[in-house]
Ligand binder design. Structure first.
Ligand SMILES: Cc1cc2nc3c(=O)[nH]c(=O)nc-3n(C[C@H](O)[C@H](O)[C@H](O)COP(=O)(O)O)c2cc1C
Length: 177
């Protein structure tokens, strides 16, 4: 099985911690060491046939990056660099962190921008996730009645994270087997 590349954006570390959990669960034979998106080029992502990409949402439904007050560059600065690159044949799974109580109308919106950009570059997006079990009023990340990837809320539903993660990764393993 091809190695899976794990890349994340983060400001306060939650999305990095989940990336580490994912890599531990998949084990070193399957997953490469997670890397912060601010430290890589588009070519670094293209080295993998399967990618797991994580993002929090900042501002009001925006990507993490300098304009939303993050300490460093992040997905906001990375996504525009992708235009013109070909990701066809690549499988991409997205996970997103957000806070459904504080931001119910733009819950995990940033996931949508990853979904849109990678799809536009030809990638196949895998790992859609049911909206059941979350309380929110609006999210760009809902496409065809499902989230475009795994949604985690470390502020309000931290206890549910391990089971959600395990279930999502089991589904993914089937999708890329
Ligand atoms: C200033 C600020 C703005 C945020 N805006 C949103 C938002 O629009 N939608 C959302 O779902 N979560 C929002 N969040 C919640 C974060 O996405 C959440 O805390 C996440 O776990 C942070 O991930 P990180 O530790 O990897 O940076 C916001 C948090 C902060 C501090």
């Amino acid at each position: 099985m091809a190695k899976v590349g794990i890349f994340f954006g983060t400001d306060t570390g939650n999305t990095r911690r989940i990336a580490k959990d994912i890599s531990t669960t998949l084990t070193g034979a399957v997953a490469a060491k997670p890397v912060n998106i601010r430290n890589v080029t588009v070519e670094d992502l293209l080295a993998f046939d399967t990618l797991i990409l994580g993002t929090p949402t900042y501002g009001e439904g925006q990507l993490p990056g300098l304009s939303t007050g993050n300490a460093t560059e992040s997905w906001e600065e990375f996504l525009p660099k992708m235009s013109g690159y070909d990701f066809s044949g690549k499988k991409v799974a997205i996970y997103g962190l957000g806070n459904q109580k504080s931001y119910p109308a733009e819950f995990v919106d940033a996931m949508f921008y990853l979904y849109e950009q990678f799809k536009q570059c030809g990638a196949t997006i895998i790992g859609a996730w049911d909206t059941e079990g979350y309380k929110f009023t609006g999210s760009k990340a809902v496409v065809d009645d499902r989230f475009v990837g795994l949604v985690l809320d470390q502020e309000n539903q931290k206890d549910l994270t391990p089971a959600r993660l395990e279930s999502w990764l089991t589904n993914l393993a089937e999708a890329w087997a």
